[in-house]
Design a protein around this ligand. Structure first.
Ligand code: MN
Length: 298
């Protein structure tokens, strides 16, 4: 059995109690083990209630986010960096208060297409600021998982190797990579090799298709990805992420350029994704066992 999660935007981009309840119940009834929410504002959402519902349904939780331009840790403006630190500290507190362990997403820079290349000073500012956040997050038992995204969504960490260099510079033990097959498919020389190379620093995984719709209906070689995950002994969460114009979050849908309607029936989509990941991982385990089995004349 694999540990399989689902991004709540498969269900709803709303954060009303009814929207959250629907997302929780849908995830639970389809057999997912984790639900990922985009950052929820504790001023709008009853965090204690949500933590209780997660526990009652035995669902693990992860929070993801992308820093806004005004909180870009890689800015050369100290006030912008300070704002980014504040945003991340709040997100760490939310993960802790929900009973989770993982903060994920674009945490080292702003999320969005940039009009300038990252500077050395920007890299250093980000490393220094994120190290502080990571240090404080330790006492909450929260890890920071840096999503490596394609060039159109950040000018900082576009490959797993860049992410490894960044983590090395922080010197922190609770900072990991958040890898996403959609982004890796655009930037990595070889997705499977990149997973193997980054093995001991991977903290979270997103599974998404090349067009962000139904798994297996795009161009990503998922067999190679499942093989790599099995080869590195991955036994943590693999979370399905998919976007369609059927469910619109004003901010995220624009930043991720969701212009097409790739599905309407989210239950059918999520059921298919869960089966696809489960079967893919199981098949990869069977293959790994086969190549290790020597049949000799008895
Ligand atoms: Mn992702």
């Amino acid at each position: 059995m694999s540990k399989i999660g689902v991004h709540s935007f498969v269900w709803s981009a709303g954060s009303s109690r009814a929207d959250l309840e629907k997302a929780l119940e849908s995830s639970h009834s389809l057999g997912f083990n984790l639900i990922e929410f985009s950052y929820l504002d504790p001023a709008q959402v009853d965090v204690a209630w949500l933590a209780g519902r997660l526990q009652a349904l035995k669902l693990d939780v992860a929070i993801s986010m992308g820093l806004p331009p005004e909180g870009d840790l890689s800015s050369e403006d100290p006030a912008v960096v300070a704002k980014g630190i504040d945003i991340l500290d709040r997100a760490v507190a939310l993960v802790r208060d929900l009973g989770g362990e993982k903060l994920a997403g674009i945490l080292s820079s702003a999320h969005g297409k940039q009009e300038h290349a990252l500077t050395r000073k920007g890299w250093d500012n980000s490393v220094t600021a994120l190290s502080k956040v990571a240090d404080r997050a330790k006492s909450s038992g929260v890890t920071l998982n840096l999503e490596v995204v394609n060039r159109f969504e950040s000018n900082m960490l576009n490959t797993a190797a860049q992410g490894l260099a960044y983590i090395r510079d922080t010197g922190a033990s609770n900072v990991f990579l958040h890898l996403d097959t959609f982004h890796m498919n655009i930037e990595e020389a070889d997705v499977g090799l990149a997973i193997r190379h980054a093995a001991d620093k991977i903290g979270y995984v997103h599974i998404g298709e090349s067009h962000r719709g139904y798994l297996g209906t795009g161009t990503i070689d998922f067999a190679a990805i499942f093989d790599a995950l099995v080869a590195i002994g991955w036994d943590d969460y693999v979370t399905f992420e998919s976007f369609s114009t059927a469910i619109v979050d004003k901010d995220l849908s624009l930043k991720t350029a969701i212009w097409r309607n790739l599905w309407n029936d989210n239950v059918a989509l999520a059921r298919h994704a869960r089966q696809f990941i489960e079967l893919g991982m199981e098949t990869a385990r069977l293959k790994a066992a086969l190549v290790q089995t020597a049949h000799v004349p008895g």
